[in-house]
Design a binder for this molecule. Structure first.
Ligand code: B12
Length: 228
């Protein structure tokens, strides 16, 4: 782990918003948002989890670090929201975590990366029951529904969400991520429209593939491409 990540962890644990933000801004001067999330903030939070697990930091310190982390993430989103989108601008995506799942920082990063790519984004935060998700999906009609889970005992609930989506929703692609997705293969519980994304590199690949498909669809509709 490099020195600036170490210093960043210290600022999180000390609740030093100003210094944490200064480090993130310094990184942003030469790195993309994705790189800052992937190479600075994610490793820092994973390290904090290990320290908590080993009893090296208190629950209060972990909560303090979470608050500072959430603050700096919001700052990285700031310049993307200076112009409001129309409520029905497409493509649309919404993001949430399953019921009783309170880990949402990774999902928040993902929602910001969608915004950066010009998606119309709704970040519904954490702990959303399936009936609320279905109601929102039917009302707002997103092309992508992204959800996250971090705890292994949430897998059964996740399966319930996916079954309800298959039964009730037609269009949306479902993207699933979270800590465990990089460690285990969950593909057997999803339908064809479900994609498990193990990390931000995989998300980057998904963006590129998806943008190509959307371009091809537009070309197909406008008749500007030829099959011959
Ligand atoms: C902060 C934190 C909390 C905070 C969460 C606050 C918040 N607003 O998110 C609080 C204090 C609430 C919390 C509570 C708990 N936590 Co906690 N927590 C963490 C910690 C330290 C960091 C989580 C985090 O933000 N990580 C950083 C993010 C960026 O990583 P990520 O979630 O994996 O996301 C990345 C990818 O997975 C991906 N991704 C994530 N979601 C999605 C979604 C999509 C669509 C896509 C494409 C990609 C994607 O992109 C992200 C970018 O890199 C982790 C340690 C860890 N290793 O993560 C423990 C950890 C997850 N927690 C743990 C535990 C045990 C708990 C509690 C059960 C503790 C308790 N006894 O109360 C509770 C459970 C609460 C609940 N019901 O959900 C354990 C889980 C262990 C296990 N084997 O399951 C961990 C691993 C700590 C540890 N080492 O033991 N926690």
């Amino acid at each position: 782990m490099d020195i600036s990540t170490r210093v960043f962890i210290k600022t999180l644990l000390e609740g030093d918003h100003g210094h944490a933000l200064a480090i993130v801004k310094k990184w942003r001067a030469s790195s993309s948002r994705l790189e800052v999330y992937r190479d600075l903030i994610t490793p820092a939070m994973y390290d904090i989890g290990l320290r908590w697990q080993h009893g090296d930091i208190t629950v209060a310190q972990e909560h303090l670090a979470t608050g500072v982390c959430d603050f700096v993430l919001s700052q990285t989103e700031y310049e993307l929201v200076s112009q409001s989108k129309s409520i029905d601008a497409t493509p649309k995506a919404f993001f949430f975590t399953v019921e009783n799942e309170h880990h949402y920082l990774g999902l928040k990063m993902v929602s910001i990366l969608f915004r950066e790519r010009n998606w119309n984004v709704r970040f519904l935060q954490s702990d959303l029951p399936v009936r609320e998700v279905l109601e929102e999906a039917e009302r707002w009609n997103p092309q992508v529904i992204g959800l996250s889970f971090s705890l292994s005992y949430r897998v059964e609930e996740l399966t319930g969400y996916l079954q309800s989506f298959s039964a009730r929703l037609q269009d949306p692609q479902v993207l699933i991520g979270g800590r465990l997705v990089s460690q285990y293969d969950f593909s057997s519980i999803g339908s064809l429209d479900t994609t498990f994304i193990e990390d931000l590199n995989a998300l980057q690949r998904w963006f590129i593939d998806n943008e190509k498909i959307r371009r091809d669809e537009v070309n197909g509709k406008s008749g500007s491409t030829s099959i011959i």
